[in-house]
Structure formats: C-alpha cells, structure tokens
Ligand binder design. Structure first.
Ligand SMILES: C[S@@+](CC[C@H](N)C(=O)[O-])C[C@H]1O[C@@H](n2cnc3c(N)ncnc32)[C@H](O)[C@@H]1O
Length: 208
C-alpha cells in the first residue's frame, strides 16, 4: 500500500529542521507514514509552516494544503484562511482540494472546534484515509473546553467501532498514542468478520 518507510530518527530530523513541535510525535508519525501513501494532505493549523514543509518532504508527490485563521502567514503554506469552527468554510476548502487522504488537526485544540472539523472533514476522507488529532492533552484542560472533551467523543467512538461492525461515521479503526489519535476511514466488509466465509455467514445469520 505504501513505499514510505521512514525511521523515527529521519522523521525527527526533518521535523526538527522544519522547526515544528511535531518532533514529539516522531515515533507515532513513523508508524502512521508506513500505513499510507497520501495524494492530498490537509493540515489545520499552519503557524510557521513547519508541518506543511515536512509533509512535503516526506510525500513529494502529494498536494499539501494548510488551513489557518491567521491571515498573515505564508500563502504558499496557508492556502485557506478561515476558522476551523466554520463548517461552510471547511466545505469550501474541500470543494477546492478534493478528497484528502490525510487530515491533521493541529489548530485551536478547542473541543467544539475539533468536533466541528471532524464532523465536516472525516466524511470527505478517502476510503483508507487517516484523520489525526494532535495534542489531546488539551482534552483535560478546561481552558480548551466548551462542550464535550474530544477524548470523551473518542470513547463513544470506541463503543461503536468495537461493538458494531459498521457505523455511520465509517470509522473502521482507532489508534491511540500519547496525546494523539489516528482515526481510519473505512467500511468493514464481510471478510473482516473472519477469513472463513462460511463462518462469517454463520455469524451474520445468528446476528450477534
Ligand atoms: C500549534 S500551531 C500549528 C503548528 C503547525 N501545525 C506546525 O506543525 O508547526 C496552531 C495554529 O492554529 C491556528 N488556529 C488557532 N485557532 C484556529 C481556528 N479556530 N481556526 C483555524 N486556525 C486556528 C493558529 O493561528 C496557529 O497558527
């Protein structure tokens, strides 16, 4: 599925060179990058553009787009100026970028903003696409809170992802790391119930 195998050290070095605080996620991104071959990447929260530049280094064939509400950033890194809490703005972004394979939310970290962005953008991900939310320690800091902490939402997703073999969000896997979550878009197939089709059919028949 992917030819992108980078070591933790290679990723650390590039994040460090680009001056992004993603250095703390070097091991996590080494695992994430080994699973994907993204054509369209969208990062919420550009700031100095270190994340955008690093993604371009790792995926030179990909189109890498940034969103930020700060109008004074480098337009080559921040392509869309707007608020991640604005659903219509995010829909307009997607209409111009096309369906992303990888979304990274490193924006405001406000709980309601995380949910709005996720609710709008996750359905637009390609099948097999990944949605990353960084800095989830903010779910435990009231300063970022106005609604439900994003980690509480993740807990409810855990219930539907594990208990039900399809869910309307099409979250087919969740990977939780220190401070960071990776949600995979996908529709489980009958085969996901087991390698044995007869067994899978039998399981479906008794409708557990
Ligand atoms: C932590 S910095 C991003 C760092 C960058 N991703 C990197 O790897 O170097 C957070 C950015 O999110 C932006 N931001 C904060 N709230 C936002 C919002 N509601 N909508 C869009 N961008 C927002 C800030 O302007 C800031 O540039």
């Amino acid at each position: 599925m992917t030819n992108h195998e980078f070591t933790r050290q290679e990723i650390y070095d590039e994040f460090f060179r680009q001056r992004t605080d993603k250095v703390k996620y070097s091991q996590t991104y080494a695992e994430v990058f080994s699973r994907i071959d993204p054509k369209i990447i969208l990062e919420i929260g550009v700031a100095g553009g270190g994340g955008i530049r690093a993604f371009r280094t790792f995926f030179p064939e990909a189109k890498v787009y940034g969103i930020d509400y700060d109008p004074n950033l480098n337009p080559d890194e921040c392509h869309f100026v707007g608020d991640q809490a604005d659903s219509e703005f995010l829909e307009r972004v997607i209409s111009q970028t096309g369906q992303p394979d990888l979304v990274i939310d490193d924006g405001s970290h406000r709980w309601s903003d995380l949910r709005t962005s996720f609710d709008v953008l996750f359905p637009h991900l390609t099948e097999g696409g990944l949605y990353i939310v960084e800095d989830l320690e903010t779910s435990y800091v009231d300063f970022f809170g106005d609604t439900e902490p994003f980690t509480e939402f993740l807990k409810s997703l855990l219930d539907v992802t594990v208990h039900e073999w399809t869910n309307e969000m099409s979250v087919c896997s969740m990977h939780l790391y220190p401070r960071l979550a990776v949600l995979e878009k996908g529709t489980p197939t009958l085969m996901d119930l087991g390698h044995d089709w007869k067994l899978a059919e039998a399981v479906l028949t008794i409708n557990i």
